[in-house]
Write a protein that binds this ligand. Structure first.
Ligand code: SAM
Length: 182
C-alpha cells in the first residue's frame, strides 16, 4: 500500500501537463495501470456477468474494459481524459476485434452519463472519490455496483472489502452497491 501511495504521489506531479482538454482541476488521479491480476479481481468483486455494462472511470490503456469483454463477456465503456491514452486504448480494442462491445469516450468521469452502467470500476485517490461521489449518486441506477481499487469512497458503506496479498504488497478492493451505501 505504501509503495502504491508513493507511486501515486510521484505520478500526480506530472499530471497537469496531461490534462489538455479539461484542465488540471478535472484530474482525479495519475495514469498508473492496474496489474492484470488485480483487474480480474476487481471485475470478479463487481460480480460482472455476460451482458453487463461495465464503465471504467479513468480507463488508461483500456485494460479493464478489454478484460471485462474478453474474460467476463461484458460490454464496456472506458472514460478517459488523456487523449494519448484514449488513442492507445482505441487501437488495442480495434486490433483485438472488440469494437462492437468496447468503446472509449474522451470525457471526464465527473460529467459523463453513467446511467447505463451495471458496474463501475475506478482507481482514483480518496479525495477524488469524494468529488466523484455526488455524480455517482445522481447517475447510477439502483443495484449498480461500484468497485474502487485501493481507496474507499468516504461516506458510503462498503458491501465488501477484499484484501489481495501478493508477496509483501497488500491491495484493497472496496465494493459498493447503489441502494446499500448507507
Ligand atoms: C490510476 S489510473 C487507472 C487506469 C486504468 N483504470 C487501470 O486500472 O489500469 C487513473 C486514470 O484516470 C485518468 N483520469 C484522471 N482524472 C480523470 C477524469 N476526471 N476523468 C476521466 N479520467 C481521468 C488518468 O488519466 C488515468 O489514466
Amino acid at each position: 500500500m505504501r509503495v502504491v501511495l508513493t507511486a501515486l504521489v510521484i505520478a500526480s506531479a506530472a499530471f497537469p501537463l496531461a490534462a489538455q482538454r479539461f484542465g488540471a482541476t478535472e484530474n482525479l488521479g495519475p495514469a498508473i495501470p492496474t496489474p492484470q491480476f488485480l483487474v480480474e479481481r476487481m471485475l470478479e468483486a463487481g460480480h460482472v456477468k455476460p451482458g453487463d455494462m461495465v464503465y471504467d472511470l479513468g480507463s488508461g490503456d483500456g485494460r479493464v474494459v478489454i478484460c471485462a469483454a474478453q474474460r467476463f463477456g461484458a460490454r464496456a465503456v472506458g472514460v478517459e481524459l488523456m487523449p494519448d491514452l484514449v488513442r492507445k486504448a482505441r487501437q488495442r480494442i480495434q486490433s483485438l476485434g472488440l469494437a462492437d462491445r468496447v468503446s472509449i469516450v474522451e470525457d471526464s468521469a465527473l460529467r459523463v452519463d453513467l446511467s447505463p452502467a451495471d458496474v463501475v470500476t475506478m482507481w482514483f485517490l480518496t479525495y477524488s472519490n469524494l468529488r466523484l461521489r455526488p455524480h455517482l449518486e445522481k447517475q447510477l441506477k439502483m443495484g449498480a455496483r461500484v468497485v474502487s481499487n485501493e481507496f474507499p469512497i468516504r461516506g458510503w458503506k462498503a458491501t465488501e472489502m477484499i484484501q489481495v496479498k501478493v508477496g509483501k504488497m497488500e491491495h484493497s478492493i472496496f465494493v459498493y452497491e447503489i441502494g446499500k451505501t448507507n
